[in-house]
Design a protein. Structure first.
Length: 576
């Protein structure tokens, strides 16, 4: 067996180490850091891995195509969200949740958990905290408490954010290339079937560990924002509601992941679980005996509040209510209808064979085979990916809400503005990863294998039998650096697969832990935290938010690590 040298390992790690240093150490934005990391990967590939220039270019082009597919989804998700916000429908949805109870703990469960997980399932990419935190601020929450609750509340949904993008693009596409596809087929799966299995195992981790997140979010807020006499007693008073809510979310979420597709768990979990919980509360069940609220405003420390006072959301929902469509007479059913249409369209296009076959016809796929004379191929199924149906739902929302031309224009302009930074960052990060993945696939490649294989070999050798315990933390590190579960999966799914194979571990269990780790890393991802605090006027408090979020991160990492060890060695050791 070939022994990897220290020089090979150091060079293989250089693009990732440099990206981490620039993103975390120097706090550079991904739009600046990732182009440098990509250039570094090109240099390492050319000098140390003997990659011909056409392979370097082809790998980068393949990465750009994958990035465009992701951005097609992100654009559609943001367009639908901002369309609802301009129409005032989103404000109506929020008021529907807030009207159930004035108790802050109940509002955390309904808005900080259910609404946040729904937005994550529908839009992803840091949207939930940036949208939900201002809504909670508008209800009277301290800005810092609103950010903490919103970030913690949506974590269980991140693995399936933006209609399953971290799985569909972050797991499936990287494992379709550079030799992974052959290994998966040898195990009896297509790559699509395998990625769906990974999604199902990730949901199993999440369901077993994450169902307590409503209680976790409530506990963090009441303990740290309940006044000088810190106590968890107010959280324990609503523990039945929190646990009921977590289970009501987790069951349809888990069932969806195992028996439908990887695109729906977060959407279905939040919609079904939220409906069940709201119905129970309206029927008088699970409501706390007394209302809990924050201390009087004059007692709040300065760092709780930024430049926007509680009761002023400063968000687009206010603009929609004040200057757009009147929301007071809008029914909740009408407000939710575009998302219901989206789910129906996605189910039909995936479950009805003739329709699924039609939209996957070659004429609806932009493909490039054997790019620049290499064996690298890629394609963009522009009608099959959720982005197309998100845009269709957004267009259908226009007549549903009777939107004006100015409102439609504002939604499209805001979407275009928001897509610029992800566009730049994703193109370069995915191009970098494709260079690293394909560095061992060209003729004359070193015996050591690709850069990813080299790193996986070293990590597997160092950690050995305890590797499953750390698999989720590797994913969390990737997300913390890049601010994205999808990017973490693209970067490390092949790494985790290779390490599992070398150690003889069940790959689905390990890659599933990676998918969960990529979600929990968002708790401390600098980019997500910066975006969230900016929406509530708390710029400068990013470090404080990240310190708060280390608590649930530690809980989740320990829980998933323990389950991964049990699954790998005791319960499911024969899983591929």
């Amino acid at each position: 067996m070939y022994m990897v040298t220290g020089v090979e390992t150091a060079l293989a790690a250089l693009p990732l180490v440099l990206a981490g240093a620039l993103l975390v150490g120097f706090l550079w934005p991904a739009t600046r850091a990732m182009p440098i990391a990509w250039v570094t990967a090109l240099a390492v590939g050319y000098v140390a891995w003997n990659m011909p220039t056409n392979w370097l270019a082809a790998s980068s082009i393949s990465g750009v195509m994958t990035a465009i597919e992701i951005l097609w989804i992100v654009f559609g998700a943001l367009l639908l969200l901002y369309t609802l916000m301009e129409a005032g429908a989103f404000d109506r949805i929020n008021k529907g949740f807030a009207a159930v109870s004035d108790d802050r703990r109940v509002q955390i469960v309904l808005i900080g958990f259910f609404l946040a997980t729904f937005i994550e399932g529908a839009a992803g990419f840091g949207t939930p905290a940036a949208v939900v935190a201002p809504l909670m601020l508008g209800l009277g929450f301290p800005a810092l408490a609103a950010v903490v609750a919103a970030i913690i509340g949506h974590i269980i949904a991140v693995t399936y954010g933006a209609v399953g993008t971290p799985i569909v693009v972050g797991i499936r596409d990287p494992l379709s290339t550079a030799g992974f596809g052959e290994a998966i087929q040898a195990g009896g799966f297509t790559v699509t079937e395998y990625s769906n299995q990974v999604a199902a195992w990730a949901a199993t981790y999440h369901a077993l560990v994450g169902f307590v997140m409503p209680l976790f979010a409530v506990g963090m807020v009441v303990y740290f924002f309940g006044g000088e006499d810190r106590s968890l007693t107010p959280a324990l008073e609503v523990a039945p509601l929190c646990l009921f809510s977590g289970i009501a979310f987790a069951i349809p979420y888990w069932v969806s992941a195992w028996y439908i597709t990887a695109e729906f768990p977060s959407l279905i979990g939040s919609m079904v679980g939220g409906a069940i919980t709201v119905s129970a509360l309206r029927a008088g069940y699970l409501l706390p005996d007394s209302e809990w609220d924050f201390p009087p405003r004059e007692e709040w420390p300065d760092h709780w509040v930024g430049t926007i006072e509680p009761g002023q959301s400063g968000g687009r929902a206010d603009a929609a209510t004040d200057g757009g469509t009147v929301t007071s007479d809008m029914s909740l059913g009408k407000a939710w209808s575009p998302y219901v249409i989206l789910v129906v369209l996605l189910v039909i296009t995936r479950a009805v064979g003739p329709i699924s076959s039609f939209i996957n016809r070659p004429s609806f796929v932009i493909s490039w085979s054997e790019i620049l004379g290499t064996s690298i191929s890629n394609g963009i199924g522009w009608m099959n990916v959720p982005g197309f149906w998100l845009i269709v739902s957004a267009v259908l929302a226009i007549p549903i809400f009777g939107m004006s031309g100015d409102e439609v224009s504002a939604a499209w302009k805001e979407t275009a503005r928001k897509i610029v930074s992800p566009f730049i960052a994703l193109i370069f990060v995915i191009a970098m990863v494709q260079v690293m993945l394909n560095s061992g696939a060209h003729p004359g490649a070193p015996e050591a294998g690709s850069m990813i294989v080299v790193l996986a070999t070293l990590t597997a050798d160092i950690l050995g039998p305890v590797y499953p315990f750390f698999a989720a933390l590797i994913g969390a590190l990737g997300a913390a650096m890049a601010g994205s579960n999808t990017v973490s999966n693209i970067t490390f799914s092949g790494f985790q697969f290779e390490a599992a194979q070398q150690l003889g571990l069940p790959t689905q269990i390990i890659v599933g832990a990676q998918a969960v780790g990529g979600a929990i890393g968002n708790l401390v991802a600098v980019h997500n935290v910066v975006a969230a605090v900016a929406t509530v006027g708390l710029v400068g408090q990013e470090g404080r938010v990240m310190r708060f979020n280390l608590v649930p991160l530690l809980y989740y990492a320990l829980g998933v690590g323990t389950l991964a060890m049990l699954f790998s060695y005791v319960v499911f050791p024969t899983v591929f």
